[in-house]
Every structure is written in C-alpha cells, then in structure tokens.
Design a protein around this ligand. Structure first.
Ligand code: NAD
Length: 352
C-alpha cells in the first residue's frame, strides 16, 4: 500500500428512471433563473423536451454541439448565452455536448447541469478540451465540473447497441487506468472495480435487449463510477495514446478506446500485476488484456485500428508522436515496444 491523498470533487448526482423531470428542481437548487439547453443536432428533440420541463427557467436551445468541441461552436454558443442572458447551462447528450458546456463554463464560470446519455463519463471530470485550427487543447479546471448530474437510464434506451458497446468500454478504460494510477487510492480502486464489473456485465443483457431498463441502469451506474475514477486520478498510456491517435488521425473516440485498451493493458501488465488481476476479476476473465479484447469482439465491436480507418503507413508517425510527451506510466515508454503495440492494435491481434 502506498501513501495517498484523497480529495474527491464530485457533482451532486441524481439517479433514477424518469429523473429527467428533476431538471427544473436542479436549476432552482443552484439558484439559476435562465438555463440554456445544449445538445447535438441529432438530440434537439430531447433538448426541446428539457425546455418544456424547465418551464419559466428555460432560456432556449443551442443544438449545434459537435465532436471535439470546435472553438467556432464555442464562440457561437457564447453569443447565444449572452443574447438570451442565460445564467445556467443544461447539457443533454454524450461527451461532445458535455464538452461544449465545459468549454463555456471555463471562461464564464456559468454553472453546468449535465444529463449524460452515453457512458463517456466526462460529467464527472474537471478535464476539458477545445479544438482550434486542427489542434486539440486540453486541461483541467475545477470551474468546468458540473454542479449537478442527472442520470436517467430511460434516456439511453435508444442508444444503438453498437454505440453502447464502445461507449461502455470507453468507461472501462477510465477505471482500468485508475487501478494503476500513481495517485490512486483504495476508495478509487473500489469504484474502478465495481464500475468495470457493472459496465461489462450489462453488455450481454443489452445485446439481448437494448431496451432492458435494469441493464441500462447498471451500465449508467458503472459509467458514473468509471468517470469518477478518471476525475480523481492521473491517466497513463492508454488515454495519452488515444488522445494522440484521435487528434492526429481523426479516429472515432469510443471506437478507438475500445481497440487500444487491450494493447495498452498488455504493455503495462508486467509492471502492475495486481491491477491486472483486479481488472480480470471484474471482467470475469482470466487475463485483463484478453478479457477486454474478448468483451469487444463478443459484442460485435471493431478490434483493430485498421477497421476504424487508420492507415498502416501512419503507424511509424503514430509511434513518434506517442514518444513526444513523457508522463507517469507503470512501464516506461520506449519506442520499439510502443511501435509493436501499435502494430498489434492495427492488425487486431488478440493479446494473451
Ligand atoms: P458523442 O457525445 O460525440 O455522441 C455521439 C453521437 O451519439 C452524437 O451524435 C450524440 O448526439 C449521439 N447520442 C448520444 N446519446 C445518445 C442516445 N442515448 N441515443 C441516441 N444517440 C445518442 O460521443 P461520446 O462518446 O459520448 O463522447 C465523446 C467525446 O467526449 C469525445 O470528444 C471525448 O474527447 C469526450 N470525452 C471527454 C471526457 C472528459 O473527461 N473531458 C471524458 C470522456 C469523453
């Protein structure tokens, strides 16, 4: 057991089927009068539903949230915040929508209420990201952490199963890296193990019936736990690699996490056997890397970088980019084994 300091920063959490209707109460609790509802274009109807629930507290809808939080979108949303005189943001959707709310909160300090409809977990972290001129700027700031999060499993009943699988494995990645983070602790370990267990166990039930409300609830609790882990620790190789590959080669976020995680775990496995044992146990598998790989494959997700659009010719550059920044990781970063990791991930080789 190593020494640790634990200071959890957690938003208020409202969980339950039908809890969307608490949104007005949550806005009132933080003392706000006028909430702007944020969504992607595809979830505009849902945002309109929130407007109806907010009644007199609704200031309008901004439904142009987009992947990777482009600065142009943030600027356009900022103009709307000003023009409708909003003093609260309600973000309903996945990590992209939460990300827009965080970018807006970063400069203005406007409080955020997040209503997640995927398992990305961004609502539980102080991390933000913004894309400007093709480059993604990321950081951590307490100002972007939502004040309140409403987890309503009914809102993910329609999440396509293909998206469900990769989103749940994205959540598992947060927890897996928490189990070997340099600033981990026994409480975070409990969240991580249970978060992985809940997300993994929900997938076969959702494969049978994507509208299984109990399984949706379990997956969402799992995602909350996994997001809490990432919000509390320093992430390592897996997240850094996904950030580099996603940013430089335009690969889709959750799919990329799903492909890379087994290989990042295999890279780190010799250095952190106890963390691997815990991950494997939570997956009910005999090995952590193979357990994640099999979970993805069994539920129909892509398991190779090739299948999600990466070119073989880019692997050398990816290895160079991955070596550019050094950060805490259980096993030191070395180019040759990293290049090998990328090769295996590109081919979709099953780790041991
Ligand atoms: P997303 O938010 O981009 O959503 C993907 C698509 O699915 C969108 O069009 C969305 O409208 C739609 N969608 C969402 N929920 C749905 C539902 N229930 N039913 C039907 N469609 C639905 O994807 P994501 O994986 O949730 O988030 C990815 C983004 O979040 C990335 O940009 C990533 O960097 C960021 N992220 C940030 C953090 C953080 O801590 N800052 C953590 C995780 C992810």
């Amino acid at each position: 057991m190593h020494d640790f300091v634990l200071q959890m920063r957690m938003p208020r959490v409202v969980f339950g089927a039908g809890s969307l209707k608490q949104v007005r109460h949550e806005v009132e609790l933080i003392g706000a009068e006028r909430a702007l509802v944020l969504s992607t274009p595809g979830q505009k109807a849902l945002a309109e539903r929130v407007v109806g629930l907010l009644g007199p507290h609704a200031a309008g809808v901004f439904s142009a949230a987009a992947m990777h939080v482009p600065v142009e979108t943030v600027n356009a949303a900022e103009d709307v915040v000003q023009s409708v005189d909003a003093n609260c943001l309600v973000a309903i959707g996945g990590g992209s929508t939460t990300g827009l709310a965080k970018a807006l909160a970063l400069d203005s300090g406007v409080p955020v209420i997040a209503i997640p409809t995927t398992y990305a977990g961004s609502e539980m972290t102080t991390m933000y990201g913004l894309t400007e001129g093709g480059a993604k700027r990321t950081g951590r700031d307490a100002a972007v952490l939502p004040r309140s999060v409403i987890y309503d499993p009914e809102l993910s009943l329609g999440l396509p199963f293909t998206v469900t699988v990769v989103s749940a494995i994205n959540a598992i990645a947060h927890a897996a890296e928490g189990l070997y983070a340099p600033d981990g602790n026994p409480v975070i370990d409990l969240f991580a193990e249970e978060g992985i267990r809940k997300c993994a166990a929900a997938l076969p039930r959702l494969q049978r019936d994507p509208r299984d409300l109990g399984a949706r609830g379990d997956a969402l609790v799992g995602a909350w736990m996994c997001g809490t882990v990432m919000g509390s620790v320093t992430v390592g190789l897996h997240h850094k690699l996904c950030h580099t590959l996603g940013g430089s080669f335009g690969l889709p976020h959750a799919e990329l996490h799903t492909v890379v995680l087994p290989h990042a775990l295999a890279y780190n496995a010799p250095a952190v056997p106890e963390a691997m044992r815990k991950i494997a146990a939570a997956l009910q598998a005999s090995s952590a890397p193979a357990g994640v790989f099999d979970l993805a494959a069994r539920h129909g997700a892509a398991t190779s970088l090739q299948a999600i659009g990466m070119q073989r010719a880019d692997l050398d550059r990816a290895a160079d980019l991955a070596m550019q920044s050094q950060y805490p990781n259980p096993r030191p970063l070395e180019r040759a084994p990293l290049r090998e990791l990328l090769q295996r991930a590109w081919e979709g080789a099953r780790p041991d």
